[in-house]
Write a protein that binds this ligand. Sequence first.
Ligand code: ADP
Ligand code: MG
Length: 252
Amino acid sequence: MKDAKISVHKLSISFNGRRALDDVSIDFRAKRVTALIGPSGCGKSTLLRALNRMIDLTPDVEASGEIFIDGVDIRRRDVDVNALRRTVGMVFQNPTVFPKSVFENLVFGARVAGESRPARLEEIAERAATEAGIWNEIKDRLNEPAANLSGGQRQRLCIARAFAVEPEVLLMDEPTNDLDRVSTAKIEELILQLRKRLTVVLVTHNIQQAARVSDYTAFFDDGKLVEYDKTQDVFTNPSHPRTEDYVTGRFG
Ligand SMILES: Nc1ncnc2c1ncn2[C@@H]1O[C@H](COP(=O)(O)OP(=O)(O)O)[C@@H](O)[C@H]1O
Ligand SMILES: [Mg+2]
C-alpha cells in the first residue's frame, strides 16, 4: 500500500509457546484512524503492543515477521526503542498518570529528552494540553498532583503527555473503557480531530465507537486478521460471516 505509515508483514507472536497472533499482515494508512476490533483474547492488544515494542517487556514472548514504520523494520535489534516510543506513543485503558504534578506529567518526555528551559517547558505543556483539549481545565491546576484530576481528565492528560513529544503514531488500547459517557465523547471528539494529522490505531470493543471514529476497521478472531476494509464497508457490507456476526452483536 503506497500511503502506509506502518506495514506489518507476517507477524506471529506467542506467549509461552501459545499463539496469540497468527501470521498477521496489515498496513496502517498514514494520518487515518484504524480500529482493531474482535472478541476478547483475539490478539488486539498484542498487535498494538508490538507496534512500539512494548511487547518486548513481556517474559517468554516469541515473535516472527516484520513491522515496517516509514520503511524501517522496527523489530531489528539496532533500533533505538526510546526514540521509537516517542514516535509511536501509546495510551492505555486505565489512565496511567505518573505520581507527579499535572505540569510534570505534561513535560515528562521533554525532560527525559534533555529539555530544562522553563519557558520552553511551559510552551510544550500548553501546546500539548491544548491539542488534547484539556488546557482550559488544567491551566490553573498545573501544580496539583495529577491524581486529583477526574478519570476523563487523567486520560486526556495521558494523551497530552504523549503529544508533548510530537509522535507520528498514537496507539490507543480501549482508551475509554473506564470512562463515563461525557468523558468518552470528549476522547472520541479528540480522535476525530487527530484524523489527517496523526496515524491512530485504536483498539476498542465498543463497535459503535469504531463506527463513529475510524476510517478503517480490522476485525480479528483467534489471533488472525479476518477482515480489513473501510469502516463503512466492514459495518454495512462485511465479506466474512464471522465479521457480520460480530458487528451485529451476535457474538463477542
Ligand atoms: N503477557 C501475556 N502472557 C501470556 N499470555 C498472554 C499475555 N498477553 C496476552 N496473552 C494471551 O494472548 C492472547 C491475546 O491477548 P490480547 O492481545 O490481550 O487480546 P485482546 O486485546 O484482543 O483481548 C490471549 O489468549 C491472552 O491470554
Ligand atoms: Mg486487549
